[in-house]
Design a protein around this ligand. Sequence first.
Ligand code: NAD
Length: 493
Amino acid sequence: MLDSFRFDRLFIDGEWTVPLDGGVRGSIDPATGKVWGDVAYGGIKDIDRAVAAARAAFEGPWRRMPGWERAAILRRFADLYATQIDALARIETQDNGRAVRESRGDIGLHPQYWHWFASLADKLSGRTIPMDDSVHAFTSRLPVGVVGTITPWNVPLMAATWKLGPALAAGCTVVLKPAEQTPASSLALARLFQEAGFPPGVVNVVPGDGPAAGAHLVAHPGVDKIAFTGEGATAKTILKTGADTLKRFSFELGGKAPHIIFADADIEQALNAATGSAWALCGQSCALGSRILVERPVYDRVVAAFRERAARVRVGMPLDPATHMGPQAHHQQLDKTLSYIDIGRREGADLVAGGSRIDSPDLAGGYFVEPTVFAGVRPDMRIAQEEIFGPVAAIIPFDGEEEAVSIANGTPYGLAAGLWTSDTGRAHRVANRIEAGIVWVNTYRYIRWSTPYGGFKTSGWGRENGIEALDSYLETRTTIISTTGRFADPFAS
Ligand code: NAD
């Protein structure tokens, strides 16, 4: 179904439509630096149309539809999605350069997310609140309304799934604005929404530039909530832009996850997780263990293994199933990564692997960077404090639990953390002190539909996945009904 799909129109009110004040632009393949296809970009008038369609669908069929009917449409969509995994993975990889073996693995899990959220759509019940006999009090859970979802370029389909799944299950309608660098897979998603039979206007997809289309969606008085994944700096701008409307916000932001390896751990397993996580998505994911904290007795062994494994990473064309790591997703990210490698060098960290752009003839023009390892990193160095979002591992030595916890918590971020130990007591003690929304013990990046995910500190507001994800798409109404019908005259005496 998606093999001959064209990306040069927007999806608004159930129809494919040309942009009113945007246009059609070439989307860049980061593996070649060349345009791979034409994609529609919307502007302010297109966002206005999409919000109007979402509002009409919300007031019309969607919020009034029984939960089990919404669930049935969502399940149909999930089944359809499952038939299109390969095509969706190819499209996403073409647009953002993530190795297709990874895209496929990630996208292959999405149908289960959609099924899980579908299963919640008819269970949005409130509760009865025990009071005295004179009143009957209860709560109801109601959809927030029209949701603007703004997603990043590293994982466009995952971010859309995590937001649209709970939003639609809750009875909200949606305008999805994907990142300008990687809009294609979100338009393909719209084709599946259309095919699955969602009523027109329930889901609208409008690619567009952040400061124009994105900002207009944020400021729009017809939008009740913004669900955003991206950088903290953008989240601050969004808060200011949306302040006048006092709409709801949820934020999934950056991270600088510590991956803590104690000397008593199964070091081979820890290395499998830590090296895999350092270079997955070419380093472009919020939860990756970009700081590797290693207890001194095993420090040299871990550094040597990182160096050896960096040489084994097959960097190559992302659509080749043998490739481990593709290019950076766009040119600005390439520049950012290279500049942080330079910063690491100047800060005095020990570059033990990688450190350069790859410009071999077979990868010429693409945004490829070598898997890079800095050892001897101090916790206060910029490469240990700031999110690089490239394939750059920073290895930091430590002595004992106290120091591990202090380094782990010593950044403004608090999204994810991993720790490796064979001591169960230590696992509980240390995990309990980590300031992060998710802590993995003797595993890493295990993320599923039912496990809440989100950040402490500057890593975000709210949670995605799990029952908690529904909360941010629901309002609670309390109803109190008199059982006697009597209300005293306040001026009787
Ligand atoms: P970004 O903030 O640059 O862009 C994200 C989205 O915001 C894009 O759609 C963009 O068009 C839009 N945008 C930009 N300016 C805007 C504005 N003024 N108003 C409204 N919208 C605007 O982020 P990015 O570079 O695309 O993504 C990388 C970031 O996302 C990293 O920091 C990463 O850690 C974070 N991230 C977090 C999670 C998570 O779950 N916590 C997941 C993936 C990515």
